[in-house]
Design a protein around this ligand. Structure first.
Ligand code: ASP
Ligand code: MG
Length: 301
């Protein structure tokens, strides 16, 4: 007999979600890559109003300074150039968020995202793909016995999801629009155009506008996914990095790759634990992890 039957139910949902993602990306013709966890360069995670990382974790190894993956975005661009194929990764990320982030109920300092990238794709392609995923998830979750054990009905995703420009959400709900907009929504919705990391493409015909998107869960559960079309041009990448005043030592290795030219691409990543929390209606995201990794909380093992 399990110590905690509810935990078994939640982790069974997680297992079903992972299985659904593996099948979905395979059926859509993606190559699944194994994750990298250490690299010379990693995602700066900023400037992003949603990010509050204290630092990027680094280790010294045989004289080299290696960083733990904040996300594999920079590696995804290299992978797409090397392979010329649609790729995805179940990617473990370490994001050393401030301790206060415990109260958002949706932040973990160690989590896994389903991270994908598509050569020569536009934001509409990614949005349509993500909607196909959630639509397929309906059927999969209906079959999952874990929901019966948890005593809840699986959520029914109704696609296509509504689309908003972020500045419209800001006008309506203020700068911290995500939580109130999520609470007011009954279905996930898209929020387009954020000033974010250098790798999300700026609309050259409309400077200050960005070809990126977040998906936000309804009922107060907040951000599900972030992604965008990417800056693939070396000069643009340098310009954007300069504008963000990034400390360049972290990006030397990435810039060497960028100099060889990237394929235009678009992609995104959705957090597995956030999806499981939404599906199981768990109060705090730490509750869907067997080994909780919540900012500001002590680790037991
Ligand atoms: N995976 C995201 C992307 O593809 C980046 C992130 O992890 O926030 O843009
Ligand atoms: Mg994000």
């Amino acid at each position: 007999m399990a110590e905690d039957e509810r935990l078994v139910g939640k982790l069974t949902v997680a297992s079903d979600v992972i299985n659904a993602a593996v099948d979905f990306f395979h059926d859509e013709g993606f190559i699944q890559l194994l994750p990298v966890m250490l690299g010379k360069s990693t995602d700066p995670l900023g400037p992003d109003p949603g990010s509050s990382v204290i630092k990027t974790a680094e280790i010294e190894y045989l004289g080299a300074k290696l960083r733990l993956m904040n996300s594999m975005i920079l590696h995804k661009q290299v992978a797409v150039r090397k392979l010329g194929k649609k790729i995805w990764i179940l990617s473990p990320n370490i994001r050393l968020e401030k301790g206060e982030r415990k109260t958002t109920k949706k932040h973990l300092f160690e989590f896994t995202q389903a991270d994908f990238e598509i050569p020569n794709a536009k934001k509409e392609d990614v949005m349509a793909l993500v909607e196909r995923f959630y639509k397929k998830l309906n059927k999969r979750m209906r079959k999952s016995e874990a929901f019966t054990a948890l005593g809840i009905e699986p959520f029914k995703f109704k696609t296509p999801f509504k689309v908003y420009e972020t500045h419209k959400l800001e006008e309506k709900y203020g700068a911290d629009w995500e939580a109130p907009a999520s609470e007011a929504a009954k279905q996930p919705f898209w929020a387009l155009c954020h000033k974010r990391e250098f790798y999300d493409k700026e609309d050259v015909s409309n400077p200050g506008h960005y070809l990126n998107y977040d998906l936000v869960y309804p009922l107060g559960f907040g951000e599900a996914l972030s992604g965008g079309e990417r800056e693939s041009d070396y000069k643009r990448i340098l310009e954007r990095m300069g504008r963000d005043k990034l400390s360049m030592d972290i990006y030397t290795a990435y810039l060497k790759e960028a100099e060889q030219g990237f394929l235009p691409s678009a992609g995104a990543g959705f957090g597995i634990e956030r999806l499981v929390r939404f599906l199981t209606k768990e109060e705090h995201i730490g509750g869907v992890q067997l080994f909780r990794r919540v900012p500001g909380e002590d680790i037991t093992i």
